[in-house]
Design a protein around this ligand. Structure first.
Ligand SMILES: [Zn+2]
Length: 246
């Protein structure tokens, strides 16, 4: 069972690579056959075996020898590892399916925002569909999800207005639909986690002079990390946190 889940995760991870590359370039992700981004040579099935092809060809295109980013196998492997981890926690359940899909969408959003400073609307819509399905199965708690939709997004919207656009519209939409999926408690936790990790990494990069103070650092990757951690471990973290104050 674990082998099947990992294999499935890696296979979908390979499709996520296509999404990460093509969505910000507004290329079609379904019908265009896979091709080398450098020489445009159409890739055969044996060029498309996740991870294996990369290792076998030592990270180079078979046709033009250009280097293929290590990002490809890393995305595939991390998607496989995440699916396995989620399955280990939730077993064969609705939660496993929802969290696996959530992880994959967030991975694509995080990578695209990291590289291009945008969060494409199509991915926000995909999250909205996922949130709606989850809401359908847990309709008695609709109030928590409804508040979740507004609580963080409204806060970010105020920050965006006050700072005159230093907060991206994509981040606001992301946190609105993620709140609809997680409920208000976990989306607050997600914001907290994302902000803390983002601040620590940002300040470290500035202190190490890898980055300049005025340089822009995308918030999306940290938010997606916060959302995922909060989705998987939020219940335990919130109970632990409340036990500290009470
Ligand atoms: Zn090539």
């Amino acid at each position: 069972m674990y082998l099947i889940i990992v294999f499935l995760g890696i296979l979908i991870g390979s499709f996520l690579n296509v999404c990460i590359y093509r969505i910000p370039r507004k290329e079609d992700i379904v019908y265009t056959p896979s091709h080398c981004f450098n020489c445009s040579h159409k890739l055969a099935w044996y060029d498309l075996i996740p991870v294996v092809t990369y290792v076998f060809l030592r990270g180079k295109c078979r046709y033009c020898q250009t280097n293929i980013s290590i990002q490809y196998p890393i995305i595939e492997l991390s998607n496989g590892a995440a699916y396995m981890g989620i399955f280990a926690i939730y077993g064969l359940s609705k939660e496993t399916i929802i969290y696996c899909i959530l992880f994959s969408i967030l991975l694509v959003i995080g990578m695209i925002d990291f590289r291009h400073y945008i969060i494409p609307n199509g991915l926000v819509i995909a999250l909205t569909v996922l949130a709606s399905i989850n809401l359908f199965f847990d309709i008695e708690n609709y109030m928590s999800y409804l508040i979740g939709f507004f609580i963080v997004s409204a806060l970010l919207l105020i920050i965006a207005i006050v700072t005159r656009g230093k907060m991206g519209g994509g981040d606001i939409k992301l946190m609105a639909v993620a709140g609809l999926l997680l409920g208000w408690e976990k989306i607050l936790l997600a914001l907290m986690l994302g902000s803390v990790v983002g601040a620590v990494i940002g300040l470290t990069l500035i202190a190490l002079k890898i980055m300049k103070r005025e340089q822009m650092i995308p918030f999306g990757p940290f938010l997606t990390l916060g959302i995922m951690v909060s989705a998987l471990f939020g219940d335990a973290m919130i109970i632990w946190y409340l036990s500290l104050i009470l």
